[in-house]
Design a binder for this molecule. Structure first.
Ligand SMILES: Nc1ncnc2c1ncn2[C@@H]1O[C@H](COP(=O)(O)OP(=O)(O)OP(=O)(O)O)[C@@H](O)[C@H]1O
Length: 428
C-alpha cells in the first residue's frame, strides 16, 4: 500500500471560490522524497494541511500511513499525527525551552519513557549536527541551527513521513544546503517518506528528486528526477507552459500547451538560463538530457564555495548512528510499553555514544561554519545543490498551521501541565 494516496481530492474553502485543490490524484510510496512546487496560492500548503488532517477534503479519498482520513475521528487525530513529523518555515521552537528540551518535548507528550528520551534525543541532535548545543535557548541559535532543532524534533520519534513547508524559506543559500543535507540523509538512511513544499528552484534542480507541480489547484506535472522553473506557471502570465521531457512523467497530470521558448529550451541544450524571481540569471542544467552532469568550475554561482564547504561535512558522522538506531529500534510507539525495548534503547544509546562521541564533539557549534572536505561521503545531489544554490523566493506563509501545531506531538498538551522536560534534562 502506498504511504500517501489522494484520489480525486477537491478542497474548497469558500462556496463559489475557485477550489484550492481540484480533483487531485497523487500516490507517494514509502521512502520517496517529493518536492511539491508551484506558485504562491497554487495549493501546496493546502495539500500538506490535508495530509496533516488540519483541513478536510470536500471530495475524494486520502489515505496516509494506512489511515483513511475520511474515517478518522477527531479524538484520534493527535495519535494519527505521530506518524508525521512536520518542519515549518519559521521553526516554531518553544522559546523558553532549551535545544534538548525542545526535542525531548516531542517524546514527552506522547508518553515516551525517560530512558527512551535519553536515548533518542542525543541521536536526533547528533543527526542534525547539534551535539554540544543542548543547553542553548532558541534565541541563542542561528536560523540554520534553529531549523536543525526543528528537524530533530520532527524526526525524534521516527515518524514514517516528514512533511516540510518551505523549510529553507528563511535561510540563506549556504545554510539551506545544510538543511537539505539533513533531510536527504534522513530520507536515504531511514527510508522516511519526505514531502517538501518549496519555491526554491536551485534546490529542486540540483537534487533531482521527484517533482510534483501544482498550478491553480491541479497537479500539472509529476516527474521523477524533475526540475522546477517557476516562470513556466507564473500566475501573472497567461501563456504558461510545461517543459515536457524534463523528467520522467509519473502519471496523470494536466499539461497545458507549452510555449515556443520552452520548446527550444527542452531540445538538447546542456544548460539553460532561468530567471529567478529577483530577475537574476542562474545557471541550471537542462534536465532534458537527464544527465547528472557535474557543475564546472566556471559557473557563476552565488555563494557557491561557501555553500559547498557547508555541505561537504562527513555524512558518515550522521548516517552511522542513525542507521544503527534504526536497526535496533524501529518505533517509539513499540518501545513505550516494553522494558526489553527500553533496555535495547539504552544499549543502543551507549553504543552510539561511544562510537560517535569524538565526531559529535567536533560537530558542536559548527552549524553554519564551513565544513572540512570529504568528497567520497558527499552525495552528488547535495554537492550539485551546493554549487547551484541561490535563494529562492518565499511564498505566502501565514499561520495556516497554527491549530495543527497544538496537536502535533510537540504541541499537544502544552497547556495541560505536561512535564516540561526539566526532569529529563537533569537525567540527561
Ligand atoms: N483558510 C483559507 N480560507 C480561504 N481560502 C484559503 C485558505 N487557505 C488557502 N486559501 C486559498 O487556497 C488557495 C491555495 O492556497 P495555498 O496556501 O494552499 O497555496 P500555496 O501554494 O501553499 O501558496 P504559498 O506558496 O504562497 O504558501 C489560495 O487561493 C488561497 O488563497
Amino acid at each position: 500500500m502506498a504511504m500517501i494516496s489522494l484520489h480525486d481530492v477537491t478542497k474548497v474553502y469558500q462556496a463559489g471560490a475557485r477550489p484550492a485543490l481540484s480533483h487531485v490524484n497523487l500516490t507517494i510510496e514509502r521512502g520517496e522524497f517529493v518536492f511539491l512546487v508551484g506558485a504562491s496560492g497554487s495549493g501546496k500548503t493546502t495539500l500538506l494541511q490535508l495530509l496533516l488532517h488540519e483541513q478536510e477534503a470536500n471530495e475524494g479519498e486520502i489515505h496516509v500511513a494506512g489511515t483513511d482520513l475520511r474515517r478518522i475521528p477527531n479524538r484520534l487525530v493527535p495519535k494519527y499525527r505521530r506518524n508525521l513529523g512536520f518542519v515549518f518555515q519559521d521553526y516554531k521552537l518553544l522559546a523558553g525551552k532549551t535545544v534538548w528540551e525542545n526535542v525531548a518535548f516531542a517524546l514527552q507528550v506522547i508518553g515516551a519513557r525517560r530512558s527512551v528520551i535519553r536515548s533518542l534525543v542525543p541521536q536526533a541532535l547528533e543527526m542534525v549536527g547539534l551535539t554540544g548545543m543542548e543547553d542553548r535557548l532558541p534565541h541563542e541559535l542561528s536560523g540554520g541551527e534553529a531549523q536543525r532543532v526543528a528537524i530533530a524534533r520532527a524526526y525524534v520519534n521516527h515518524p514514517q513521513i516528514l512533511l516540510a513547508d518551505e523549510p529553507t524559506g528563511n535561510l540563506d543559500p549556504s545554510t539551506s544546503v545544510g538543511i537539505m543535507q539533513v533531510l536527504d540523509t534522513i530520507n536515504r538512511t531511514s527510508n522516511t517518506t519526505i514531502v517538501m513544499a518549496t519555491h526554491n528552484e536551485e534546490i529542486v534542480n540540483s537534487m533531482r528528486k521527484r517533482v510534483v507541480e501544482v498550478h491553480l489547484g491541479k497537479i500539472v506535472r509529476d516527474e521523477e528526477h524533475g526540475r522546477y522553473d517557476s516562470s513556466l506557471y507564473n500566475p501573472d502570465h497567461h501563456n504558461v507552459g510545461v517543459r515536457r521531457g524534463a523528467g520522467v512523467s509519473r502519471g496523470e497530470s494536466e499539461s497545458p500547451s507549452w510555449s515556443e521558448a520552452d520548446s527550444q529550451n527542452a531540445q538538447g541544450s546542456q544548460a539553460s538560463h532561468v530567471s529567478n524571481p529577483t530577475g537574476e540569471q542562474a545557471v541550471v542544467h537542462a534536465a532534458a538530457t537527464g544527465a547528472e552532469t557535474p557543475a564546472t568550475g566556471e559557473q557563476d554561482v552565488a555563494s557557491g564555495e561557501q555553500a559547498q564547504a557547508q555541505v561537504e561535512q562527513p555524512l558518515a558522522q550522521v548516517e552511522q548512528p542513525l542507521a544503527q538506531a534504526k536497526t535496533e529500534q524501529t518505533s517509539v510507539a513499540a518501545e513505550q510499553d516494553s522494558d526489553d525495548a527500553e533496555q535495547a534503547s539504552e544499549e543502543a544509546s551507549e553504543q552510539t555514544s561511544k562510537e560517535t562521541s569524538q565526531d559529535a564533539s567536533q560537530q558542536a557549534n559548527q552549524d553554519d561554519a564551513p565544513k572540512p572536505l570529504n568528497p567520497p561521503a558527499a552525495p552528488d545531489t547535495i554537492t550539485e545543490l551546493a554549487r547551484n544554490l541561490r535563494s529562492g523566493h518565499t511564498g505566502r506563509y501565514g499561520e495556516v498551521f497554527q491549530s495543527a501545531e497544538d496537536t502535533m506531538t510537540w504541541g499537544m498538551g502544552l497547556d495541560d501541565g505536561v512535564n516540561d522536560g526539566s526532569d529529563d534534562k537533569e537525567d540527561k
